[in-house]
Write a protein that binds this ligand. Structure first.
Ligand code: 13P
Ligand code: SF4
Length: 353
């Protein structure tokens, strides 16, 4: 029997934080049989040792979602047991933002990082948006503040400011429009200006600059996962693995992008692998994505450089379950900030619809 939600959902206080929820199911022969079809889907990337731990949590989460009228939006970097076993919608930042705007549920659990949960709240203000761990941040989001943006406005009067969605709502509120890695060039060109500020990712901006005649000015932010890759490393992999195709995320430094066969957003990369079906491929991005795609293209061999995002990896089945039971941690945005930030996000969404 599922535990009663009322008992588990007593509001927590700072002095008495709600206890970590314990799932009502445990591993048994019956559960093993019931969950066998789901395990068959992920068995290439989830070991038989791990499954008895995950399966009770997965069953509990999927039941709770229905009782709570909740959906889970999962980014492509979530681990496979989250991505394939409990997520209702999966995708890159843009796809998740669009889904948040149209989803029909009372609660959104963001299996991703904090800026993604804020974006969901901006586009779905009447819904309760939860993030399983408030500490799931992003090195790009923490590289710039609203004061920095105001300083840029003064330094570059009249130059439109495009902010990557990987920023706080307070930073978005100071900008003209947002972009994601899948639409950055289109957004920059849509403004019809000769010069555009594209913040805060210096590498995404450099990549955009290589694709457009618009002059792109940037900031000094970087993704702590993608900036670690080097062109030299890619060259070594090519020599070691003849026939290897290498595809990279635009948050990578220019020498990495120059050494890659394709550059695109996380979903762009997934689509490229599905369309091209290379015998061997290396995804120059966060590590979990290769496991998630591998399930869908078993004929492709993945060569894995394993750079993990410590923020994305804060999200687990345990804290997703806890989040649904205790309705924590709720993500809210100050109404004035939300009003201005929403304008910037909606402008992007309307452009790409
Ligand atoms: P995508 O929009 O390509 O999914 O990128 C989000 C992100 O955080 C990549 O590091
Ligand atoms: Fe931020 Fe990089 Fe992690 Fe994406 S992978 S959330 S850009 S730190």
């Amino acid at each position: 029997m599922v535990q009663t939600l009322e008992r588990l959902a007593k509001p927590a206080t700072a002095a008495h934080p709600a206890a970590k929820a314990v799932p009502p199911y445990s591993w048994s022969k019956a559960l093993e049989a019931e969950m066998a079809p789901l395990y068959a889907r992920v068995q290439h990337v989830v070991t038989p040792m791990e499954w008895p731990h995950y399966a009770p949590l997965i069953k509990s989460i999927n039941e709770l979602k229905q009782q709570r009228n909740a959906v889970i939006l999962a980014h492509n970097y979530m681990t496979p047991e989250i991505f394939h076993c409990v997520a209702d919608f999966r995708g890159d930042s843009l796809q998740l933002a669009k889904e948040a705007a149209r989803v029909d549920a009372k609660i959104i659990v963001q299996a991703g990082v904090h800026f993604m949960a804020e974006t969901s709240k901006l586009l779905s203000p009447d819904k309760t948006v939860l993030i399983p761990d408030m500490r799931a941040g992003c090195s790009l989001a923490s590289s710039i503040t609203p004061e920095d943006v105001r300083m840029l406005r003064e330094a570059y009067p009249g130059v439109p400011i495009v902010t990557y969605v990987n920023t706080s709502a307070a930073v978005k509120a100071e900008c003209d429009i947002t972009c994601t890695s899948s639409n950055a060039v289109k957004v920059v060109e849509s403004l019809g200006a000769p010069r555009v500020l594209c913040i805060p990712d210096q590498y995404l901006a450099k990549w955009v600059q290589s694709q457009t005649k618009v002059e792109v000015i940037t900031w000094k932010g970087a993704c702590e996962v993608h900036e670690r890759f080097t062109g030299e490393e890619l060259q070594t992999m090519r020599e070691a693995e003849p026939g290897l195709k290498i595809i990279a995320h635009p948050e990578c430094p220019p020498d990495v992008i120059a050494a890659a066969d394709f550059t695109g957003s996380t979903s762009g990369m997934i689509q490229w692998v599905k369309d091209k079906r290379p015998p061997k491929v290396m995804l120059v991005t966060e590590c979990s994505m290769a496991s998630n795609v591998a399930i869908e293209v078993p004929d492709v061999e993945f060569i894995r450089p394993c750079n993990l995002c410590p923020h994305m990896k804060r999200i687990s089945l345990e804290n997703i379950y806890d989040s649904l039971v205790n309705l924590r941690h709720e993500v809210t945005v100050d109404p004035d900030v939300a009003h201005r930030a929403r304008r910037a996000v909606e402008r992007m969404v309307n452009l790409t619809n």
